[in-house]
Write a protein that binds this ligand. Structure first.
Ligand SMILES: NC(=O)c1ccc[n+]([C@@H]2O[C@H](COP(=O)([O-])OP(=O)(O)OC[C@H]3O[C@@H](n4cnc5c(N)ncnc54)[C@H](OP(=O)(O)O)[C@@H]3O)[C@@H](O)[C@H]2O)c1
Length: 299
């Protein structure tokens, strides 16, 4: 398939691009800089110049592809509402041109749901609707088009998609631990995060492109839930600093924006995804990556 991949230069997108190319798909990656375009071409992909801020550039590429994998996102946690609005507009514009095509449209989403006491499953809808909600409500927006001739699929990534040179959430936590001289966790540290290795996530995306039906939600989850106090302990062991509880009132001042996410209980099953796609995660665990120095540079 000729696949338009937004975010092809990113952490997950570059692994997805490699995975697709290795399985005989053609990749057209969104690039907003000459550097990103050159990197795509060097690995055998094509580059499409454009931006999330220019929805017409996305629509043009979506229209001339057999499938879209939308992974680009503005990770501006100081103005997350604006990121959500951009996301909503970009997704809406691509869906407009795909309507009636029966082409796959896979988009990145997350596992935050507000559900506590049990892991989120693929059957649980996201509670976010509309441009003003988290991530612009883009997951539900896309899935609405499953009845309108788009094979839309939600790719729900664990909050830490980890691996060597990861610059995401675990990297930020490590950086804060280094700066503070202690690896913090919120309260009693009983909230949990699901996790997945980047290589497993990329394989799951490719399998979802090939196999997932319209309206599916798939979970890139290798480990269902790791207690935040254990994540802090693993980071502390690596850095040689103690793990320490941070009182809920001090979360913002201690952690900055990452505290908002580290205090959330984000646990999820991937049993149905494994069955649907025949997917078995085999990559290193989060603790194996931390111990191996994946976060040595601290983000
Ligand atoms: N990594 C995780 O642990 C994780 C967990 C849950 C969900 N997710 C979601 O999965 C998706 C991929 O995440 P990631 O970790 O790969 O993100 P990332 O490494 O930060 O990459 C973001 C990508 O989006 C592109 N981008 C950002 N702003 C853009 C704009 N204005 N126009 C065009 N492209 C733009 C970046 O392009 P440049 O290279 O030019 O900057 C990059 O290719 C995102 O939606 C993210 O929220 C990730």
């Amino acid at each position: 398939m000729r696949v338009f991949v937004t975010g092809a230069s990113g952490w997950i997108g570059s692994a997805v691009t490699d995975e697709l190319l290795a399985h005989d798909h053609e990749v057209v990656g969104l690039a907003r800089s000459d550097e990103a375009a050159a990197a795509l071409v060097a690995k055998g992909a094509k580059a499409h110049h454009g931006s999330l801020d220019d929805p017409e550039s996305l629509a043009a590429a979506a229209k001339h592809s057999d499938a879209v994998i939308h992974l680009a996102f503005k990770h501006d946690f100081d103005d997350y509402a604006a990121s959500g609005h951009t996301e909503h507009t970009a997704v809406q514009r691509m869906l407009d041109v795909l309507e009636g095509s029966d082409h796959p449209f896979l988009l990145a989403s997350g596992l935050a749901s507000g559900i506590t006491g049990r892991p989120l499953t693929e059957d649980d809808p996201a509670p976010f609707h509309g441009a003003d909600s988290m991530r612009g409500g883009s997951e539900n927006l896309a899935l609405e088009y499953a009845d309108r001739g788009v094979r839309s699929v939600a790719l729900r990534f664990a909050p830490t998609v980890h691996g060597m040179r990861d610059h995401g959430f675990t990297s930020r936590l490590t950086q804060v631990a280094r700066e503070r001289g202690a690896a913090g966790y919120v309260g009693d540290g009983s909230t949990r995060w699901a996790a997945v290795h980047r290589s497993d996530a990329a394989q799951m995306v490719r399998l979802a492109l090939e196999l997932a039906p319209a309206g599916a939600r798939v979970h890139a989850v290798g480990e269902e839930g790791i207690a935040s106090r254990d994540i802090a302990a693993a980071i502390g062991d690596f850095l040689g600093v103690p793990a320490a509880s941070v009182a809920p009132d001090d979360v913002e001042s201690h952690f900055g924006w990452i505290g908002r996410f580290f205090g959330m209980d984000i646990t999820a099953s991937s049993a149905r995804t494994r069955e649907l796609l025949g997917w078995t995660p085999t990559g290193p665990t989060l603790f194996e990556d931390i111990a191996a120095g994946a976060y040595a540079l601290g983000g």
